[in-house]
Design a protein around this ligand. Structure first.
Ligand code: GLY
Length: 429
């Protein structure tokens, strides 16, 4: 008994069990079973499940974009159709794909939600396979890849080695910051001079964590500069955001538009989610009220524009509101996770509105309309997300990041109900 004591203490400290009345217990248990099945299907080391291969037709894509089909015949960006053998099978990606950190991250959350030791072992196994990401320099997605995996590992089962991975990755991420431009560069491809996407707000948590680990404020300072300039250049007067802003070499605006949204002026559903989540996080990390105001304004416009009956948004908030319009469960999960945190940072009455909205989304996602049966859906927890409709890519498919933010939202709800802060990144140091 004496020998077992330290182990049980660490389990208690790392995981947060549900009370009998907590509705999150059943979906969390089902998600853990599903992820265990998904892990058992991975046959090759260094491969991570991302989505199911889907197909598209040009008439369907143009119908949802409300544009003429002829506009697409010469469209060079449309994705290759999957082969018949691939169709509806799991698309596995290597470590350098932007989504590689989400599967290990979901395993960490499943461990935290259920206390299952097998989840922890799987989380460690898949996290360790991402080690090479810390040497990657050609993308801003490093925060997604390493914080969701190694960042959560540091919270739940910390090891000194993980710190090196996080700090080396953060060094590579800040190397993409050009002081003359004032933001971290997102992509190294495409027609733009210096493209920055709203998604980049999500890479900042890695930098806040790296500053806590090292005691060096340089990572955090760059995160703040990035958030400030993005606030100025990505947002329209109604607080919806452009997806892609490209800058001139001296930091002026070259262009404002979209890559994955319906059109340059629309509110791409997931883009609004990244902004909401990012500014909520910046307020938590800095206590600078301008970020809180920004998050509240984004929350308001999302809630005004999201007309989906169950609140799981259409893929673009300006898409046709119709039964056949593809949803984006990933955006819904991110709204829920961000709003649960935001609900704790504002006065109680306003907080209640965010919390109820988030819970409505989460209950929809946990229902059979979105949550797959264990053993189906390629082992993904949720169905019905959209990756990039204008590219014919990942339309109405599971996506590993929908699962990640859904589990995170369930956990945040449970933490808030237990009187804990929604997010626990302050423990990474
Ligand atoms: N970060 C890419 C996406 O949200 O699709």
């Amino acid at each position: 008994m004496k020998k077992l004591l330290p182990i049980s203490i660490s389990i208690l400290a790392a995981t947060l069990s549900a009370t009998a009345a907590d509705w999150t217990a059943a979906p969390a248990a089902a998600a853990a079973d599903q992820l265990s099945f998904q892990a058992s299907e991975v046959k090759e080391p260094g491969k991570f499940p991302r989505n199911l291969f889907t197909d598209y037709s040009i008439p369907l894509v143009s119908y949802h974009l409300e544009r003429e089909p002829k506009d697409f015949y010469a469209h060079t960006e449309l994705r290759k159709h999957p082969s018949l053998a691939e169709y509806q099978t799991v698309h596995y990606v290597p470590f350098d794909d932007w989504t590689s950190g989400f599967f290990p991250g979901s395993l960490w959350y499943a461990y935290e939600l259920t206390g299952r030791q097998d989840m922890k072992e799987l989380a460690e196994k898949f996290t360790n396979q991402l080690f090479p990401v810390s040497y990657q320099t050609n993308t801003h997605d490093l925060g997604f890849m390493v914080n969701c995996s190694y960042g959560n590992a540091m919270r739940l089962a910390p090891k000194e080695d993980y710190k090196d991975v996080i700090v080396r990755t953060a060094d590579n991420l800040i190397a993409r910051f050009d002081p003359k431009v004032g933001v971290i560069r997102s992509w190294d491809f495409g027609p733009w001079n210096y493209p920055v996407i709203i998604d980049n707000m999500m890479n900042l948590q890695l930098l806040f964590n790296a500053s806590r680990i090292t005691g060096d404020s340089k990572y955090r300072d760059i995160a703040v500069k990035h958030a400030d300039k993005t606030m100025k250049c990505h947002f329209r007067p109604d607080y919806t955001s452009y997806h892609v802003v490209s800058y001139t070499p001296d930091g002026g605006i070259e262009s404002q538009g979209t890559f994955q949204g319906k059109n340059d002026d629309s509110a791409w559903a997931r883009g609004q989610a990244w902004g909401l989540y990012g500014y909520t996080e910046c307020y938590r990390e800095t206590k600078d009220k301008k970020y809180l105001d920004q998050a509240r304004n984004i929350a308001k416009v999302i809630m005004d524009k999201n007309t989906a009956p169950d609140l799981v948004p259409y893929w673009d908030l300006d898409a046709r509101a119709a039964a056949d319009t593809p949803r984006d469960a990933s955006a819904g999960a991110i709204y829920a996770s961000a709003l649960i945190e935001l609900s704790t940072l504002v006065p109680a009455k306003e907080g209640k509105t965010y919390r109820e909205y988030a819970e409505k989304i989460l209950k929809a996602l946990a229902s059979p309309a979105y949550a797959a049966k264990v053993g189906e859906n390629g082992g993904f927890v949720l169905m019905h997300s959209t990756g990039s409709l204008p590219h014919g890519s990942e339309i109405d498919t599971p996506l590993n990041y929908a699962d990640y933010y859904y589990l995170e939202a369930l956990l945040r709800l449970r933490r808030v109900n237990a009187g804990l802060p929604a997010a626990d990144w302050a423990s990474v140091k």
